[in-house]
Design a protein around this ligand. Sequence first.
Ligand code: SAM
Length: 249
Amino acid sequence: MRRLFIDGTLTEYMIIEGDDARHLLYAMRVKPGQRIVVADKKGIIAETEIIKCETQRVFLHLLHKLSDQKNESDIEIVLVQCLPKGDKMDYIVQKAAELGVNKIIPVMSCNCVVRYDLEKREKRQQKWQKIAEEASKQCGRGSVPQIAAITDLSTCLDMAEGYNACICYENEKHMSLNQYLKNHDGMNYMLFIGPEGGFTLDEAARCKIRGINSISLGNRILRTETAALAAVTIVQYEKGDLGNQAQQK
Ligand code: SAM
C-alpha cells in the first residue's frame, strides 16, 4: 500500500494539503474509499481511509495504527509481474512477500502464454493474496503486500507516475540496475518484469516513452522468477532494509 510521510502528527481526521495533496490527487490519483498508509515524523504509522477529495485537499480518516513496523522496509516496492506459465506466480508472490514487496500487479502482456477468463482472474488474485498473507505471517511482517487485479501494461504505465520505475529488459546493454539506483533516490520503486517470452519491442518502447528506465540485470538471461526476485533483492538491499544490521527483536 502506498505510504505518505507527513510533517504533522497523526490524528483521527487529517486534511492533507500542498504538495502531498497534489501528489495524492494527481500522481497517485486517489479516490474516496481507498486506503493509504500514513507515517508521521515520530515514526508512528497508521492505515487511513480517504473520505473526501477536493482539487487541492485530501481528507483522511485514521482507521488503525500499524504496530510492529520494525519488520517493514521504509521504502515502497511495487512489482509489476507479467504472468508466467504454470504456478510460478505462486512462488514469485511468496518470495516477494518475504523480501518486503508492498504491492504486486499481475500483468497480461503480449508474450504471456497464460490467458485467464474473468472468473479465473479473480480466483488467481484471491489465491495469490492468501499466499502473500501466509508468507507475511511466516516472516513476521507488519503488513501484507496487496495483490492487485490482473491488468494490462498500459494501466501500469499510468500507475508508474511518482515512482522510480524500471523495466528489467534483457536487451538493455548500457544501464545496470546498480547504476540506476546510484543515480536515483526516493522512497517508491516500481519494477517491471516480463514473462518467459520477454517484452516485445513495442512494449519496451512504450515504457521508455513514459520515462520508465530500461535496466539490465547482467549478461545472463534470467528466468522470469529469478529476475523478479533478483531485482527486488537489489533494490531492497541498496535502498531498503535488506542487509541492515539485525533489528532489535
Ligand atoms: N524472451 C527473452 C529472451 O529469450 O531473450 C527472455 C525473457 S526472460 C526469460 C523474462 C524476463 O526476465 C525478461 O522479460 C526481463 O524482464 C527479465 N530478465 C531476464 N534476464 C534479464 C537481464 N539479463 N536483464 C534484465 N532483465 C532480465
